[in-house]
Design a protein around this ligand. Structure first.
Ligand SMILES: Cc1ncc(COP(=O)(O)O)c(C=O)c1O
Length: 375
């Protein structure tokens, strides 16, 4: 049977009536900006993550951007980020006029490590922005130790990883601030763009982010900084609150599929295909993506094979950020971040959404196994 990469229909059906009822109330109240749902969502997600403050933003991109703005990042500053991530992580750094300093990755977790970060620090480093890619935390204790030693603030990019855990903590409890995305494909997705900035514990920073979301204004028409209009819509907050009670179940549904894939595809050898690994102590990978590495230069052929069977897959990401045309001015050379470049050639993400049936995941696994001549 055809298996799409992602099907939001069952999830949307589960909240449809609640959202429609909420929308009716919202239209009656006509408070479309920063109303009771935004307040409620912020309180719920601060509690969920353990961060002291939560500020609803218009997107994950703006959630990261406002964090850099609150740190007064400016031209000439360097911000350390991975090269293997979605473009927004680097886009916000460049948008501030600062210089993205790209890291290579740990080939097992796809994420940054303390060692990689330490090697990239210079006197110009003004922030470190590790990404918790695909739903698994970066090596946060080691990264925080390096950051602390050098007195550099850390912004977690948890756009794919709200709900991920490690070392006894949640995504959002390590760095000074954290950016989250509610883009519809995330484990918690809005009906459009939305995001959230978490502030771990600094009250002043929390107040600044909240102010900068509305043009640095406090009280009305008094502007302390040049901020932005980065507000989350009341409607999106309403949708997210309707979905939030189901989030833990969805994480666990994804994890159940992942565990089943591990067992079903275990006979694939290391020179055929590598399954993702959960490498974090006391960790929880939330599998926003189930990303395998296809060896022997066969990734595109496997993807084509799956396509003929009606099975969706996706390549996150085919081109590393240090190789993007818009960052040519930074002067990175081919081969400079070798593990990242290799990952771009090998990665393939398979369907893992929670509502997939057992028959669907069997078809995905069978499709992969048949490519390698296995059952
Ligand atoms: C790692 C990462 N960073 C940043 C973003 C940006 O989030 P948004 O699309 O909500 O602006 C995303 C989302 O796609 C992401 O995956």
């Amino acid at each position: 049977m055809p298996v799409p990469m992602l099907d939001l229909a069952p999830q949307n059906a589960a909240v449809k009536q609640k959202v429609l009822d909420g929308l009716a109330g919202l239209i009656d109240r006509s408070q479309f900006v920063l109303g009771e749902n935004v307040k409620g969502l912020e309180a719920e997600l601060a509690q969920y993550t353990g961060a002291k403050y939560a500020v609803g933003m218009s997107s994950g991109t703006d959630a990261l951007l406002v964090a850099l703005m609150a740190l007064d990042i400016k031209a000439g500053d360097e911000v350390i980020i991975p090269s293997f991530t979605f473009f927004a992580t680097a886009g916000v750094v460049a948008r501030m006029g600062a210089k993205p300093v790209f890291l290579d990755l740990d080939p097992v977790s796809f994420n940054a490590t303390g060692k990689l970060v330490e090697a990239a620090i210079t006197p110009c480093t003004k922030a470190i922005m590790p990404v918790h890619l695909f739903g698994q935390l970066a090596e946060m204790p080691a990264i925080m130790e390096v950051a602390k030693k050098h007195g550099i603030p850390v912004i977690e990019d948890a756009c794919q990883s709200l709900g991920a855990k490690g070392w006894g903590k949640n995504a959002g409890e390590f760095g000074d601030m954290t950016g989250c995305s509610f883009y519809p494909t995330k484990n918690l997705g809005a009906f459009g763009d939305a995001g959230l900035t978490l502030i771990r514990d600094d009250e002043k920073l929390g107040a600044k982010v909240r102010r900068m979301r509305v043009h640095g204004m406090e009280p009305v028409y008094v502007h302390h900084e040049v901020g932005m209009n980065g507000r989350i819509d009341e409607f999106q907050a309403l949708v997210l609150r309707a979905k939030f009670p189901m989030l833990e179940g969805w994480h666990e549904g994804r994890r159940k599929h992942a565990k089943w894939y591990f067992e079903r595809m275990k006979e694939l050898t290391a020179d055929e295909l590598l399954l993702p690994k959960e490498v974090i102590p006391e960790g929880r990978h939330i599998y926003n993506q189930f990303t395998v590495r296809v060896k022997g230069g066969k990734r595109d052929a496997l993807q084509a094979h799956l396509k003929t069977l009606g099975i969706g897959s996706a390549i996150y990401y085919p081109i590393a950020l240090h190789e993007q045309p818009c960052f040519a001015y930074l002067g990175y050379k081919k081969g400079q971040l070798i593990e990242t470049e290799r990952a771009c050639q090998e990665v393939l993400s398979l369907p893992v959404y929670p509502e997939m049936t057992e028959a669907m995941r069997e078809d995905v696994a069978k499709g992969v196994l048949s490519f390698f001549g296995k059952k």
